[in-house]
Design a protein around this ligand. Structure first.
Ligand code: ADP
Length: 637
């Protein structure tokens, strides 16, 4: 029996109604159809699979690439009384085993899995036994080599489909160009094409692009003019620190944020910003995923991002509350040079990739032929220091190795300490009797963490230390000691990224890299940086330019820097509508040359006619052929 989605939305989330597209998506899913949902970030994507998962009997498998986000969602669902679980690399086999069992026999409604987990034999055999009601694919653009964030592990989702052919797929993304939209549906073996798209127009958001040599004082200027909460994106970790410092000196409450900080510090900084205690957060692109702050008034980029997909996502964090907000991009010629340099850096020579791969094998002491499916804590800084490698180049090589399916790198995520007792109660008691010095410690340990015989239980070193009036360091030492004695298995807290070998180690010279795919991805990268450069260089409406990139047609927004400049020169959005209607009317009768078109208007209108023509060409509403301009047929559009 299927429950009423509205009732579920009200009972579990307390929301009175669905947002417009949510209801359509859910209806399609409940009818058993595959759907690709395109919704800007903050549009409310998660409800689209969480509600059907609860309405239908069975469990929904959610494939998601970011462990931190997965854990957030699971926690939120649990708070609302919905049984949800996550499985990702870094968990030990026993934990994974228990989690899978719960999905088969328990009443788990949502199982979050990171894509590289799907490949494992355990996942395949256990999922086969589950009553799956929906396969939800979050960040679905990751399945496409055409997109800006291809992750080959996503291709494994197709095997889920083969295993559960009757189960519908709901793919969700906030960024997809038309090629990616098509590719996602193909790769996920959609039974029929089915795209539901929310317009990406953000009418309360003014996009502004400024060519600027002195970016810092311009930034200060902007933050003084536009009050309220802000995010400033900088290219490097070092810059985030420097820029935040600069702003603080100028009396603006700012802080920096990047992935190199510990999880605890990051969450403190994030909380202070969410609460409004920190007004401006200066961050690398590690900031923002999963953050839902409605009243951000400005997002400023101090560099040109290497894709409009990334830019649109980051800029879109401004003005979620619908109030007037700004997305400002400051660039100069150096940015363009840096982007072109990135192209070479991101696609290193094969020899370099082989070298890094071999170094990884030595670093983790993996013999040739071993290592498949094994995960390690991985700190890139330490690795580079060990082998005297350049971090930037290593980063690119790892990315290529990942895209070629050799390794999988997960984001840093927090895993609390756990332990389990390896002996039975009598043996432990006997040990306590013989070692009275550790007796109080063991008692406290067992009292503060229940159920540790056989199973892993969480433990908090700080709590134990407070209880025993000692230090956390000493508690850790005793735990290590008990671990060495094989009385307990102790897994200290983890917050490092994980590197997983997806295939057995091979020798460097046997490392296969598909050259054709490699150069295809390089071409796509070049296409994206060209689009980003064209975004800042072209004097057409910023919003229309961005939307066009994502395959959506729209006239000028009237509020971006180009539109405002045009308005100053006597060309408004209304003018655009009037001129374009007349031009399209003329072209519908016959193709005309640019000169003939201009001459159809009064002579003082020339500039406006040409400007309108530029928009129409950009929107593909007209095209140029053999010197004449022709109106595109609806089909072509
Ligand atoms: P996305 O994944 O698209 O970025 P989320 O699923 O995180 O977006 O949702 C963004 C915000 O919108 C969340 O705070 C969520 O609770 C809220 N939200 C989603 N659907 C509704 C709704 N129907 N009514 C009110 N708020 C909603």
């Amino acid at each position: 029996m299927i429950e009423d989605p509205r009732k579920v939305l009200k009972d579990i989330w307390g929301f009175d109604s669905f947002r417009p597209l949510q209801e359509d998506i859910i209806r399609e899913v409940l009818a058993g159809h595959d759907v690709l949902a395109l919704m800007p970030t903050g549009g409310g994507k998660s409800v689209c699979f969480q509600v059907p998962a609860i309405c239908m009997p069975g469990v929904c498998i959610v494939v998601s690439p970011l462990i931190a986000l997965m854990k957030d969602q699971v926690q939120n669902l649990k708070k609302r009384g919905v049984n949800a679980l996550a499985i990702f690399s870094g968990m030990n086999p026993k934990e994974i085993d228990v989690a899978f069992d719960n999905c088969i026999h328990g009443n788990v409604k949502l199982l979050y899995v990171s894509p590289e987990r799907l490949k494992t034999e355990m996942a395949q055999s256990r999922i086969a036994q589950m009553n799956v009601n929906l396969i939800a694919v979050d960040e679905a653009h990751c399945i496409s080599q055409w997109g800006y964030d291809f992750r080959p592990a996503y291709l494994e989702i197709a095997s889920l489909r083969e295993m559960k052919p009757e189960v519908p797929v709901l793919a969700l993304t906030a960024t997809a160009t038309p090629e990616v939209v098509e590719d996602i549906q193909n790769r996920l073996n959609f039974k029929a094409p089915n795209v539901l798209q929310k317009s990406f127009t953000r009418s309360n958001l003014a996009y502004v692009v400024l060519e600027e040599d002195d970016k810092l004082s311009k930034l200060e200027n902007i933050l003084r003019k536009v009050g309220g909460s802000a995010v400033v994106y900088a290219r490097t970790r070092r810059l985030t620190v420097e820029v935040a410092k600069y702003l603080k000196v100028k009396g603006i409450v700012a802080d920096h944020y990047h992935a190199g900080l510990s999880a605890e510090v990051r969450s403190q900084k994030q909380d202070a910003w969410l609460k409004g205690a920190t007004r401006v957060i200066v961050a690398t692109n590690a900031f923002g995923m999963g953050i839902d702050k409605p009243d951000v008034r400005s997002v400023v980029h101090l560099h040109l991002p290497d894709s409009l997909e990334a830019y649109f996502q980051e800029a879109g964090r401004a003005g979620r509350d619908g109030r007037k907000s700004y997305a400002v991009l400051l660039f100069n010629n150096e940015d363009k040079i840096a982007l072109r340099r990135n192209l070479e850096l991101n696609f290193p020579p094969f020899k370099e990739i082989q070298k890094v791969y071999s170094a990884l094998g030595s670093y983790f002491q993996l013999a040739v032929g071993s290592g498949e499916g094994v995960s390690f804590d991985f700190e890139i800084g330490d690795f580079c220091k060990n082998f005297q490698l350049n971090p930037l180049s290593v980063h690119s090589c790892l990315k290529v190795l990942e895209q070629e399916g050799w390794i999988y790198l997960s984001d840093a995520f927090y895993m609390p300490s756990t332990f389990r007792v390896l002996v039975n109660r009598e043996q432990l008691y006997d040990f306590q009797l013989r070692n009275p010095a550790v007796d109080p410690f063991i008692k406290t340990l067992l009292r503060t963490s229940s159920g540790a015989f056989g199973q892993f239980a969480r433990l908090n070193e700080k709590h134990i230390a407070t209880y025993l009036k000692t230090t956390t360091g000493k508690v850790q030492k005793v735990l290590m000691h008990l671990h060495k004695l094989k009385l307990i298995e102790y897994r200290p807290v983890k917050e490092k990224p994980q590197l997983t070998f997806l295939q057995p180690r091979v020798s460097g010279e046997n490392l296969r890299i598909d050259r054709e795919k490699y150069s295809f991805r390089k071409d796509r990268y070049e296409f994206r940086i060209k689009a980003a450069i064209s975004y800042v260089e072209k004097k057409i409406c910023r919003s229309a330019g961005l939307l066009r990139y994502f395959g959506e047609k729209s006239g000028p927004c009237g509020v971006c820097d180009v539109c405002l400049e045009n308005a100053k020169r006597g060309y408004s959005a209304e003018d655009y509508r009037r001129y374009s209607a007349k031009i399209l009317g003329l072209l519908a009768k016959e193709p005309l040359t640019e000169k003939e078109l201009v001459e159809s208007f009064a002579s003082n209108r020339k500039e406006n006619v040409l400007r309108t023509l530029e928009y129409l060409l950009d929107e593909c509403k007209v095209s140029k052929q053999e010197g004449k301009i022709i109106a595109s047929s609806e089909k072509q559009v």
